[in-house]
Write a protein of this length. Sequence first.
Length: 142
Amino acid sequence: MSDNNQISVLLVDDEENFREALARRLNRRGLMVSQEADGEAALARLGDEAPDVVLLDVKMPGLDGLEVLRRIKQARPLTEVILLTGHAHLETSITGLERGAFDYLLKPVPLEELVEKIHDAWEKKSVQERKIKAVQADGVKP
């Protein structure tokens, strides 16, 4: 398992109180958490930064989480996205997973479970990055 300080997380949720409270709790666990209140702002931040894991609310005004997920995976395919929702819908979860979400979790998710999922997502991203570097080191384009 990784040192939490190596894991950068972008938390995207329009519910300010939820977002800030969760960010504080994750920061106390040693994760490097940045926050955005909507999909447009998250996508703009992703133009400058490459977080390891994005925690993304599904239902937000403007761009919904599924559209933001699609754009994240298009721009940064290795960035892992965990969808969070207060409203479980089977169709939405299937669509999210088909678009490349690492997981789909129902709010409120227990903190220990969320931290474990973040670590799992980070590990998946790290394995993919190592594979790409190994292929590139062999002189073959991925």
